[in-house]
Design a protein around this ligand. Structure first.
Ligand SMILES: Cc1cc2nc3c(=O)[nH]c(=O)nc-3n(C[C@H](O)[C@H](O)[C@H](O)COP(=O)(O)O)c2cc1C
Length: 183
């Protein structure tokens, strides 16, 4: 008879592979920059210099006409620090482009496992006509961040989180603060 209380092979494999178990995560610079694009750029340059696999591939989340979330990965093409805008290319008749054209609310999420870093950006997506693309079939769009969250893993689960919110002229920030993840 099957033992229904025994953990499945999947559950056993997941338990055997703890998340964020490293001890050498980078300590964040306590001097917080004035805008999130500066810190995003520094972290992405770190990830590129460390040869992490495809660190410029981010998850873009959108909302469809029925209000249901949708998400997929795509390649980040540039960050406009002055505008607080994250550029990417896609086809204008793709489902994602139809979604953010009808309802611009979107999110971009990065996770870099080696340094234990997550970045969450939220804001509207708009066409970015001045950004070049390799083909007329691809259009450039930009997520204009209204909020940004930086998450840095620490040893012994001493994780830190930093939030930015756009104000009229600039950004307000919480500074680095302890946070946690369940489990
Ligand atoms: C590593 C990787 C990079 C991708 N880069 C892009 C990209 O830059 N632009 C894009 O439109 N789709 C890109 N895609 C494909 C998207 O994930 C998605 O499948 C496609 O754009 C259709 O999404 P949609 O149906 O939500 O419009 C990439 C997929 C992968 C796995």
């Amino acid at each position: 008879m099957t033992d229904r209380t025994a953990p499945s092979p999947l559950v056993r494999a997941l338990i055997a592979r703890p998340v964020l178990a490293a001890t050498d995560y980078p300590a964040p610079d306590p001097a917080v920059p004035a805008d999130p694009a500066t810190l995003f750029t520094a972290w992405l340059l770190d990830a590129l210099a460390a040869d992490l696999p495809d660190p410029q591939v981010l998850t873009l989340s959108t909302v469809d006409a029925e209000g249901r979330p949708d998400a997929r990965v795509l390649v980040l093409r540039d960050v406009d620090r002055a505008a607080g805008a994250w550029h990417f290319w896609t086809e204008p008749d793709s489902p994602k482009a139809r979604q953010f054209t009808a309802r611009p609310d979107a999110a971009l999420t990065a996770y870099w496992p080696g340094p234990g870093r997550q970045i969450r950006l939220r804001g509207p997506v708009h066409p970015s006509p001045t950004c070049p693309t390799p083909s007329p079939a691809l259009h450039c769009y930009a997520l204009h961040a209204s909020t940004a969250e930086f998450w840095q893993a620490g040893p012994d689960r001493r994780h830190l989180r930093l939030r930015f919110s756009r104000t009229g002229a600039g950004w307000t920030t919480t500074g680095w603060a302890p946070t946690d993840i369940p489990g």
